[in-house]
Design a protein. Structure first.
Length: 297
């Protein structure tokens, strides 16, 4: 965040090579390195230090313009110079995953497993006595508190899994602040148990895996297969997948005209004025801002 912000500002203001190196050095040196497990065990807007990365990158650029000095950034060290070998050839974003659900990636596997098993076997949340999620240790350490705001809901494992079981979806409609008091979801959270599976743990972080066991009120036991959630780069994610996700997630808060306007900018017209895009988005969000949006399924 800090380095990207500094580089972007430097590009906009036409920094010389020396100025750019100074800004990148300053940004990288002071970039926030946040404690990952603390941020998921005690979720809040501290998560990943996002705003402070942007702030530090901005300050690095401003200090550079003011004449401050800084020497060397990470990419100038021999140990990391290999990262430049594929510059302009390999785009690492193509190796990232895209989240199908509006929560921490570590919870996506049991979410997908639960939704698909319930569809396959035809049982509902009311039929369930207990749910046991078997996954890697870090996922079991995600917060399980009853959330009071959306960050506590997203960086949580119990609330999203319970939401998936009750609502069949985990998107904006289920994860915004207006939806956090769904009594059926809160009741389902009490039926969840999370267990570290040694086989899942041995494959983390290269793979994020989970399987789910359902015990129904009539004594029936269902066990899912092992899941690695959709959206990995190896899944062959294409433009249609991303557009479908965009429309599915934003449908509750942005009308079709607004969604089409944003997609038009991203896919066809990168030279459109930003104020035009913002006006279209703001107009499209009226249905949410005026209270016409229904929070719960």
């Amino acid at each position: 965040g800090a380095v990207g912000t500094a580089a972007g500002i430097g590009r906009i203001f036409g920094f010389t090579k020396e100025q750019m190196n100074t800004a990148l050095s300053m940004a990288e040196f002071h970039a926030p390195l946040t404690p990952v497990m603390r941020s998921v065990q005690y979720p809040s807007m501290n998560k990943d230090g996002v705003p402070f990365g942007a702030m530090i990158g901005t300050l690095a650029a401003l200090d550079t313009m003011a004449g401050e000095s800084a020497k060397l950034h990470m990419l100038e060290f021999d140990d990391y110079s290999y990262l430049l070998d594929t510059l302009g050839k390999t785009y690492e974003i193509m190796n990232l995953y895209f989240k199908p659900y509006t929560c921490c990636r570590w919870g996506h596997q049991p979410i997908q497993a639960s939704i698909e098993m319930m569809k396959e076997k035809g049982f509902t949340a009311d039929d369930i006595k207990k749910v046991t999620v078997h996954t890697f240790d870090s996922a079991t350490q995600l917060s399980k508190i009853v959330p009071h705001e959306t960050d506590e809901a997203q960086y949580n494992i119990a609330f999203p899994v319970a939401t998936a079981i009750v609502c069949g979806e985990v998107g904006f409609r289920q994860m915004n602040n207006k939806a956090l008091n769904n009594p059926a979801v809160l009741e389902m959270m009490k039926k969840l148990e999370f267990v570290m599976d040694p086989e899942m743990e041995a494959q983390f972080p290269e793979k994020r895996l989970a399987w789910v066991e359902f015990e129904l009120n009539d004594g029936t036991i269902y066990k899912t297969k092992v899941y690695s959630a959709n959206g990995e780069a190896t899944d062959g994610i294409d433009h249609k997948w991303i557009v479908d996700k965009f429309n599915r997630i934003l449908d509750p808060i942005m009308n079709e005209r607004g969604r089409k306007a944003v997609l038009q900018v991203l896919t066809n017209d990168l030279d459109i004025k930003l104020r035009t895009v913002v006006a279209d988005i703001n107009a499209a969000l009226v249905q949410y801002n005026t209270g016409e949006f229904e929070a719960l399924n």
